[in-house]
Design a protein. Structure first.
Length: 452
């Protein structure tokens, strides 16, 4: 290969003269076709560089062709990066299925030492496909990769996925993990706004107000309409002294509020044009980075298409950052483990307080809705004769009233009033026992409040 011509092409690329760089790399390739000696990996390297130039020139279809040629060179060791670029090229053409396929190839390449970039691209493609769970898994992998210089970006996107999956508590944990990393003020403000909406969705209104006020503190950030609604809701609940989760229980819309998302579950961006301009300057949260109009000005593309000298300079800066945040992956993993432990502890506490699924109330209503076909709600320890005897005084009432409950971890007593078809009322005392995490009826007896 003509090394002089190759270096000139690299220099042109380095000063953003992509047309000249493309011509230079193409001439190097033509020289190999004319009989010049070919070293191992040179074909793959040239096609890789040609693909990079075409990406810069927004000719994504030709870039795909060049990168595909690069993958055919089995001696080229940059195949992981090439497949990641292929994923970005397909994504730029909105072919997200093929994008995911090549991102998966990239992360499976043991020689590719920047898999977090492929995981990040994979997560964005999955979001575009409306697959929030798969996107969340990819962003989590990107966050846990210790080579990732900006895990905050992956954690913010992971929070978006958690919100799309109606898991706002996990979104809060993801956003809080992101706060340990350095970011510019605009990104931090956006993070706090998202966190405020996640707190609102969990009913933690004081924390929501605090997060929103952090977002607005420097007076440079303005909440969008949805965030403003959540902010006012949180302020109102705090002013009323509302307890945690009260608003979520009273207002079904609160639990369905997806306004904290940068990308909703169907993958369609919801930014206004002004939001898109801000997102182009902010690499920490997901925007429509696959659109042709964005000119690939993201940090991802800068890394993929950098020269070796640029990568070396960039890596020295990353090394300085790494010294400030050692064991980043471990810290993030510990944060998620803490979330899981807290969730498990909450489940154990609820179980000890008599909560279960199905609940006592649902079992009682199933019994009275159709007593003649309610054998499934009884404990398996009871004989069929005893069940029939207990069912004798039970009247059918689809709107049975539960007057009270005495519940412990393993037993529960329900006091019930049922209306007869003639207009009278019959009261019952129903004893229940645990059945796994749910409840089964162990005894039914008539109950006379005046005698008890």
């Amino acid at each position: 290969m003509n090394n002089v011509l190759f270096q000139r092409a690299r220099e042109a690329y380095g000063v953003n003269d992509y047309v000249s760089a493309l011509e230079g790399f193409t001439q190097c390739l033509q020289g190999l076709s004319d009989g010049e000696e070919v070293a191992e990996g040179e074909l793959g390297l040239l096609y890789h560089q040609i693909g990079n130039c075409l990406m810069k020139l927004h000719d994504y279809e030709e870039a795909i062709h060049a990168y595909t040629q690069a993958t055919a060179d089995n001696s080229y060791e940059g195949i992981g990066a090439v497949n990641c670029n292929l994923g970005n090229s397909y994504a730029a053409l909105h072919d997200y299925e093929n994008a995911v396929k090549h991102f998966e190839i990239a992360v499976s390449d043991a020689k590719y030492d920047s898999v977090y970039k492929a995981y990040s691209g994979m997560g964005k493609a999955y979001l575009k496909l409306g697959k929030s769970a798969e996107a969340g898994s990819a962003f989590r992998s990107a966050a846990l990769d210790e080579a990732n210089p900006n895990p905050a970006q992956a954690l913010l996107n992971l929070g978006i996925c958690f919100m799309a999956l109606d898991r706002p508590a996990d979104a809060v944990a993801s956003y809080e993990s992101a706060l340990q990393f350095d970011m510019n003020s605009a990104t931090r403000n956006k993070l706090y706004a998202n966190m405020g909406q996640a707190y609102t969705a969990t009913g933690q209104f004081q924390q929501a107000v605090n997060a929103f006020e952090e977002a607005l503190a420097d007076k440079t950030y303005f909440l969008n309409d949805a965030a403003s609604v959540d902010y006012q809701r949180a302020i109102g609940q705090v002013a009323q002294g509302t307890q945690v989760l009260a608003a979520v229980e009273d207002d079904p819309a609160a639990t369905a509020d997806m306004s904290g998302l940068d990308v909703p579950g169907d993958g369609a961006p919801i930014y206004h044009e002004t939001d898109m301009a801000a997102a182009a300057q902010n690499p920490y949260y997901y925007a429509d980075s696959y659109g042709v109009s964005d000119k690939y000005n993201s940090g991802d593309e800068r890394f993929f298409n950098a020269t070796e000298e640029e990568i070396e300079q960039w890596s020295r800066g990353v090394a300085r950052q790494d010294r400030k945040r050692r064991n980043v992956g471990l810290k993030i993993l510990v944060a998620f483990i803490v979330v899981l432990v807290l969730a498990a502890g909450a489940g154990v506490f609820a179980y000890s307080q008599g909560y279960g699924y199905p609940t006592q109330e649902s079992v009682v209503k199933q019994l009275f809705a159709d007593p003649t076909n309610a054998s499934s709600v009884f404990s398996s320890d009871l004989s069929s004769e005893k069940v029939e005897k207990m069912l004798d005084p039970v009247v059918q009432d689809a709107n049975v009233t539960i007057d009270g409950q005495e519940a412990s971890m393993n037993s529960s007593v329900e006091y019930v009033t049922a209306s007869t078809s003639e207009g009278g009322e019959v009261q019952y005392k129903i004893t229940m026992s645990r059945d796994g995490i749910g409840w089964k009826i162990s005894n039914i007896e008539l109950y006379f409040a005046s005698q008890n």
